[in-house]
Design a protein around this ligand. Structure first.
Ligand code: AMP
Length: 504
């Protein structure tokens, strides 16, 4: 596995692998600690390769746990502390792990060994002088990680990413970002449960760069965030456009703050022209890159540098040229490839496409299939994204379903609706994205109660949101929830969302 080989290459240097709130972990420590964790995991599992869970935010020690899993031949499942315990429980039941590394609030699950920070220290002390043979490492089509994304049924779906998938992504992304083995600093801001984080982690660790982590605590305090950025000596910025948009609201966010910033890469949602333009003005020495891809095809499959020409063009910004070994097909509703310039659904074919959803053949068969590139069979994925190709570049133009992006987070609207229906006294629920300037500004929930009560709309909304936060992370909770007597229906007997929207 290229990733572990990469880490090994720098294991005898004094380079820093990861830094968070001033605390550092060197490549040497990362290698040694992950080795010890791998040996421990082998001793617990024997030949069984059940995935392990890692629950936390940006604690440095999460990294040796993830790499330790890979060295022991098993996948890791990262869960951010923004996941409420109920969601962690759902994933735990789905994965059925033997071990969970916990950096968050205390949890207890039947038949799961929960390892907290103190226990982890004991494990490292016990095994730190030992090493594990490379024969054990995750290889080829074996799973490296499983990321749980919002699922329309109300249960998250686990996307399985193999060692081959990951190597394919890293081999393409590292040279594009000019990460070349020299000591660079990569921003590590996205939660590990969000695939954007992989854009930072592995191109950095394979090439001896330093991951500059930005924790939830720092994110919540802009003064602290900007002072950290100033100290960071950042070379590569990785975030959603939304996050950069928020940073732009402060005038000090410019090249002076990060004089060595070479590139800023955005993947995960629409990069608005005004954001790209302002970044190019404030960071004249920095490349602004727009990338595109779903978790199911390992983070990203296309990139391009944004130029003034693209900004002045009347079309939206292109989301990139496909990576070399990947083929993008745009197809009509009958699955027939359309001509260049015509709109259709985006299909991705190539070695970065996942083998499917964990333990979920039905959902896997719906969207994964096989196709060919130059006569060679590859996995393929039906994205649900609409778009067209022009001069070899991809242009994105929305979804075919109810999946949305809010501040970069991927959310299935039906996931929220199904969880709203679990809330006490709720009969039915609809969630609507509210747009401002062609961008989703927030989500609005509309519910019908089983039994009417005397509470005001605001009070009902507050109570419902509070109960909903037991099931969903904060970013999925609608900003407001309104109670109505009856949902308008269309002629098919379905809730008429358009009419509902007009009535509100
Ligand atoms: P995720 O799996 O969280 O990475 O989300 C993948 C989805 O995000 C894609 O299927 C698209 O709908 C959307 N997406 C990713 N990159 C872009 C982009 N550059 N512009 C617009 N939408 C994007």
């Amino acid at each position: 596995m290229k990733i572990i080989e990469g880490i090994k290459k720098y294991a005898n240097t004094d380079r820093i692998a990861i830094i968070c709130e001033g605390e550092k972990l060197s490549y040497n420590e990362l290698d040694k600690y992950s080795e010890a964790i791998a040996i421990y995991l082998k001793s617990i599992h024997g030949e069984e390769n059940t995935p392990i869970l890692v629950y936390g935010n940006k604690e440095n020690m999460m990294m040796p746990c993830m790499i330790g899993a890979l060295k022991s031949g098993r996948a890791y499942v990262p869960l951010d502390t923004s996941f409420p315990i109920d969601r962690v429980k759902t994933v735990t039941e789905e994965v059925n792990p033997k071990v969970l590394f916990n950096f968050g609030e205390e949890v207890e699950f039947e038949d799961v060994i929960v390892i907290n920070k103190e226990k982890l220290e004991d494990i490292i002390n016990e095994y730190k002088e030992k090493s594990i043979s490379s024969e054990n490492w995750v290889k080829e089509d074996e799973n490296a990680y499983i990321l749980f994304t919002s699922g329309s049924t109300g249960k998250p779906k686990g996307v399985q990413i193999s060692s081959n998938n990951l190597d394919s992504f890293v081999n393409w992304m590292s040279p594009y970002l000019k990460i070349d083995g020299s000591e660079k600093v990569m921003m590590n801001q996205a939660a590990y449960s969000f695939d954007l984080s992989v854009t930072s982690i592995y191109p950095a660790l394979v090439n001896g760069s330093t991951l500059f982590s930005i924790s939830k605590k720092v994110l919540a305090d802009y003064k602290l965030l900007f002072s950290e950025l100033k100290e960071s000596n950042m070379s590569v910025w990785v975030s959603t456009p939304s996050f950069a948009g928020v940073c732009l609201s402060d005038s000090s966010f410019n090249q002076e703050m990060m004089p060595n910033l070479e590139s800023m890469i955005f993947i995960g949602e629409v990069l608005p022209k005004n954001v790209a333009k302002e970044l190019m003005e404030r960071f004249p020495n920095t490349r602004v890159i727009n990338g595109y891809g779903p978790t199911e095809a390992t983070v990203g499959v296309s990139v391009n540098d944004i130029t003034l020409e693209f900004i002045e063009d009347e079309k939206s910004l292109p989301v990139g040229y496909p990576m070399d070994n990947c083929k993008i097909k745009i197809v009509d509703e009958n699955g027939i490839e359309v001509e260049s310039g015509q709109k259709g659904e985006i299909m991705i074919i190539g070695p970065s496409v996942s083998k499917g959803y964990f333990n979920n053949k039905e959902k896997t068969d719906e969207v994964f299939y096989f196709d060919e590139i130059n006569g060679v069979k590859h996995r393929a994925y039906k994205t649900g994204d609409m778009g067209h190709m022009l001069e070899g570049r991809i242009y994105y133009s929305g979804r075919v379903d109810f999946q949305v992006k809010l501040n970069g987070y991927r959310i299935e609207i039906e996931d929220i609706e199904n969880n709203l229906r679990k809330v006490n006294n709720i009969k039915n629920a609809v969630v609507m994205p509210i747009y401002k300037n062609d961008k989703i500004a927030y989500l609005k929930g509309i519910v019908q109660l089983k039994e009417k009560n005397e509470l005001s709309n605001i009070k009902n909304g507050t109570l419902i949101k509070k109960e909903l936060s037991k099931y969903l992370p904060q970013y999925m909770i609608p900003r407001n929830v309104t109670v109505i007597d009856e949902f308008p229906m269309n002629t098919n007997g379905k809730i008429d969302r358009k009419k509902l929207m007009a009535e509100l």
